[in-house]
Design a protein around this ligand. Structure first.
Ligand code: GSH
Length: 210
C-alpha cells in the first residue's frame, strides 16, 4: 500500500493527505516531523523534507505538487482535482502556486525565528518575507471574494486542488503565523477556511499541536 510521509502540520503534506481522502486512494501514513527527526527526513527524501509518497513499486515521490500530479494521473481526468485543460487548469495551478508561494515565505519567516538564536534573527528579512506573504494573501482574498455564489468553489461547482490548497494554507497560517492573518483583514479567506475545515476530508486530517 502507498505510504504518505509527513505530519499534517506540514501544509504541503496535509494537502496531499486531504486529496488522497477526497479521491479515495488507500494509503498508510507516517506522521513524520522533520524537525524532531531530521535523519528520517533524509532517509525518505534526498533533500530532507516532507511530504514524500512511497509507491508500491518502490519509487518514492517528493514535492507536493509532483505528488499531486501523480495522484491526478492515477485517478484519471474524470475524478482529477486538477482540471485537465484550458483556463480552469491554468486558474487551478495559479491559485495553487500563490498558496504555495505564501506558504514557502511563511515557513521561512517561522524558521527565521524558530531555527536561529534570537540574536541572529534578521528582522528586516523577516519583514520582507511577511510583505511577500501579505501580497499573496491579498491576491487570494480577491479570488475568494469573487466566488460566484454561496456553496460554490473557486473554479465553480466542484472542489479542486485550488480550494484544498487555500483552505490548508489559511489553517496553517492561523496556527503557525497568526500575525499574518489578523482577525478581519482577510474576511473572504477566513470564511473560506471555515467552509473547508467543515468538510469530512479536512476533518480526517486535523492539524497536530505545534
Ligand atoms: N515545495 C515543497 C515544500 C516542502 C517543505 O518545505 N516541507 C517542510 C515542512 S512544512 C519541511 O520538510 N521542512 C524541513 C526543511 O526544509 O528543513 C513541497 O511542496 O513539498
Amino acid at each position: 500500500m502507498m505510504r504518505l510521509i509527513g505530519r499534517n502540520l506540514s501544509p504541503y503534506a496535509r494537502r496531499v493527505a486531504i486529496a488522497m481522502t477526497l479521491l479515495d486512494v488507500p494509503h498508510e501514513r507516517e506522521y513524520l516531523s522533520v524537525t524532531a527527526d531530521p535523519q528520517r527526513g533524509l532517509e525518505v527524501n534526498p533533500v530532507g523534507r516532507v511530504p514524500a509518497l512511497q509507491l508500491d513499486d518502490g519509487d518514492t515521490l517528493i514535492e507536493s505538487g509532483a505528488i499531486l500530479d501523480y495522484l491526478m494521473d492515477l485517478v484519471g481526468p474524470a475524478k482529477s482535482l486538477i482540471p485537465p485543460h484550458g483556463k480552469p487548469r491554468r486558474d487551478c495551478l495559479q491559485v495553487m502556486a500563490i498558496a504555495c508561494g505564501v506558504l514557502d515565505k511563511a515557513v521561512n519567516a517561522i524558521y527565521e525565528v524558530r531555527r536561529r538564536p534570537a540574536e541572529k534573527v534578521h528582522e528586516p528579512w523577516r519583514q520582507h518575507l511577511l510583505t511577500q506573504v501579505a501580497g499573496g494573501l491579498a491576491a487570494l482574498e480577491a479570488r475568494a471574494a469573487a466566488i460566484a455564489a454561496p456553496g460554490q468553489w473557486l473554479l465553480g461547482q466542484h472542489i479542486s486542488m485550488a480550494d484544498v490548497s487555500l483552505g490548508v494554507m489559511m489553517s496553517f497560517l492561523g496556527v503557525m503565523l497568526p500575525e499574518a492573518v489578523p482577525a478581519g483583514r482577510y474576511a473572504a479567506l477566513e470564511n473560506f477556511r471555515q467552509r473547508c475545515e467543515a468538510l469530512p476530508a479536512f476533518q480526517a486530517h486535523p492539524l497536530e499541536t505545534p
